[in-house]
Design a protein around this ligand. Structure first.
Ligand SMILES: [Zn+2]
Length: 314
């Protein structure tokens, strides 16, 4: 509940309200949304409604949201990537990025300014250094630094940092491209499963040429079918389309069974209206330009387990 406490503290300070009052507002918002939203999500809505800006403040990484214009954070470099050169529209440039972590989470930082990039090239900023960032902006779930941003090495000592990839429980109203998320919601629509042909050796898409199927690497192959299943999830704040591939489908039903109309219908009926925990990565659908979630796990909610977990939290 650490992130939630941070959020509440910040709202209390910024709005000049009593903590109890803020918490009452959060509870009321949660109740209004039929409890489908997390406490954190509800607190973020309350902050927005109170006109509280998180800009130009020293923030913890877990407090960052997309679209912030002036962000200050301190974090330890836990992953430093080689500087890359690119050319775009006839212009050459360099870009560098690293991942910083604090005790609440971690995030990628992207450097576009040559003076900042130089700090990495000349070894001033190295892996495991603590850095201070001022006036960064957030794009999706990353911090971007321009020529107006400040980047320097910090003397702050950071020991207890969160290095595992962040998977936070979010609401669909909050998710952004590139995030690993865990969402609790209800399946409101299930589409007809589709099949495509893959190479049996490497599982990559096999291209049909006349009567033959060819793999770019393995030549002519006897393809096997793999299933894709799409459904729509609603968490009370938004709906989003979810894509499931074979590995996830097989946790619910052997994918071969989806070719059997009766079994496929039974699975659809079973999923429809079911409350699930969905883990996955938020991607942009190239065709429709909207966000969708590529599932990494789909878990039906076990109500008893959920109550246990809620009790643990309190
Ligand atoms: Zn192949």
């Amino acid at each position: 509940m650490q992130n939630y406490e941070l959020l509440i503290e910040r709202i209390v300070k910024s709005a000049g309200l009593e903590k109890e009052e803020v918490e009452r507002k959060v509870e009321a918002k949660k109740a209004k949304l039929s409890g489908l939203i997390s406490k954190e999500g509800a607190a973020q809505i309350i902050a927005a409604e109170l006109g509280i800006s998180f800009e130009n403040q020293d923030l913890k990484i877990s407090e960052l949201m997309g679209g912030m214009k002036s962000v200050n954070v301190v974090g330890k470099v836990i992953n430093l990537f080689p500087v890359r050169e690119y050319s775009k529209n006839g212009r050459e440039g360099k870009v560098a990025n690293f991942v910083i972590a604090d005790e609440t989470g971690n995030t990628r930082v992207v450097l576009w300014d040559t003076n900042h990039i130089l700090l990495i090239e000349n070894g001033t900023i190295k892996q495991d250094d603590v850095v201070e960032i001022k006036n960064g902006s957030t794009r999706d779930s990353e911090i971007h630094l321009s020529g107006f941003s400040e980047l320097k090495k910090s003397d702050v000592v950071m020991e207890d940092i969160k290095t595992e990839r962040m998977i936070s429980e979010k609401t669909l109203g909050e998710v952004q491209q590139g995030q690993s998320v865990k969402i609790r919601g209800i399946v409101v629509q299930v589409f007809q499963p589709r099949f495509y042909s893959v190479c049996p050796n490497c599982n990559k898409k096999a291209i049909q040429e006349g009567e033959l199927y060819k793999c770019a690497e393995h030549g002519v192959v006897t393809p096997k079918d793999r299933a894709i299943l799409n459904f729509v999830l609603d968490d009370g704040t938004e709906t989003i389309r979810v894509v499931m591939f074979s590995d996830q489908i097989n946790t619910l039903i052997p994918e071969e069974d989806l070719k059997d109309a009766e079994k496929a219908t039974a699975l659809r009926d079973d999923l429809m209206g079911t409350e699930i925990y969905l883990s996955g990565i938020v991607k942009k659908n190239q065709l429709f330009e909207n966000l969708e979630i590529v599932a990494s796990s789909v878990e039906k909610i076990d109500v008893e387990k959920l109550i246990e977990k809620l009790n643990e939290k309190d």
